[in-house]
Design a protein around this ligand. Structure first.
Ligand SMILES: Nc1ncnc2c1ncn2[C@@H]1O[C@H](COP(=O)(O)OP(=O)(O)O)[C@@H](O)[C@H]1O
Ligand SMILES: [Mg+2]
Length: 243
């Protein structure tokens, strides 16, 4: 569903931020990009979500490239990032209506979908409150509900549990597992190895713009010849971090 082929990205002439990244994410799979701050996770996620073009290389969503099929891709992807801010003076209900309209969601479907997703995340009691009166966790849950409003087969979540308390974080990770089991292709980024360990079927460790190790939790532990995923991650990090 998601295919990256030798993707490079340079913001400036002097420095290459993404140095040739290739991987595939399939239906019914959670793929994790795990790496420290500054590794290039957000850069990669924004390119996959078509917000930015690679300097070279190819990104395909369900076989389609953004040069030729941008709108079609937008209907297939749900994107969540910390950098997209909800209008502080709007309300969850108003935002939901706005995005439902943008995605042409039929009126009869809209109510059921809103009820389901607001109930799941406990948004209903806050549906008419202004965004700027809500907690960080509640805003994140509203962002998630809105990013998935069109039930996209491809889900691109940049650090989805960042800044959330453990209960909210668990609601989000449980939801992602449910979506995986329904057959969605999910890519998420995180700098927290325990999030990757719990959720991801396949993990790519990204350091300084390159994937330095990739595999399941068990494979990464075995390759590093250690006993836990935490040890594996730190070993991989120490061996590959240069700057
Ligand atoms: N718009 C930009 N212009 C120039 N450099 C950027 C820009 N966005 C990110 N960078 C740089 O690219 C590198 C990777 O950043 P980022 O993709 O945000 O990493 P991560 O999400 O893994 O923390 C960092 O060195 C960052 O400073
Ligand atoms: Mg980031």
């Amino acid at each position: 569903m998601i295919q990256l082929i030798d993707v490079h990205k340079s913001y400036t002439k002097e420095h290459e931020t993404i140095k040739g990244v290739s991987f595939e994410v399939h239906e019914g799979q959670i793929f994790g990009l795990l790496g420290p701050n500054g590794a290039g996770k957000t850069t990669l996620m924004q390119m996959i979500a078509t917000l930015m073009k690679p300097t070279s290389g190819q990104i395909l969503i369900d076989g389609l490239s953004a040069d030729k099929a941008l709108l079609e891709i937008h209907r297939k992807i749900g994107f969540l990032t910390n950098e997209i801010k909800l209008d502080p003076l709007s309300t969850p209900n108003a935002l939901y209506d706005f995005f439902a309209n943008l995605y042409d969601i039929p009126k009869d479907e809209l109510k059921d979908r809103r009820d389901e997703s607001f109930a799941r995340f406990g948004i209903s009691p806050f549906a008419e409150k202004r965004i700027n009166e809500l907690s960080t966790g509640m805003k994140q849950k509203i962002s998630i509900a809105i990013s998935l409003i069109h039930n996209p087969p491809v889900i691109i979540f940049d650090e989805p549990t960042n800044g959330l308390d453990i209960l909210t974080s668990k609601q989000v990770t449980d939801y992602l597992k449910e979506l995986r089991d329904k057959g969605h292709a999910i890519i998420l980024s995180t700098h927290i190895f325990s999030v990757a360990e719990e959720l991801c079927d396949d993990i790519a460790v990204l350091i300084d713009g390159s994937i330095v190790a990739q595999g399941s939790v068990d494979m990464l532990i075995e390759q590093a010849q250690v006993n836990t995923f935490e040890e594996a991650f730190f070993k991989i990090y120490v061996e590959n971090h240069k700057e």
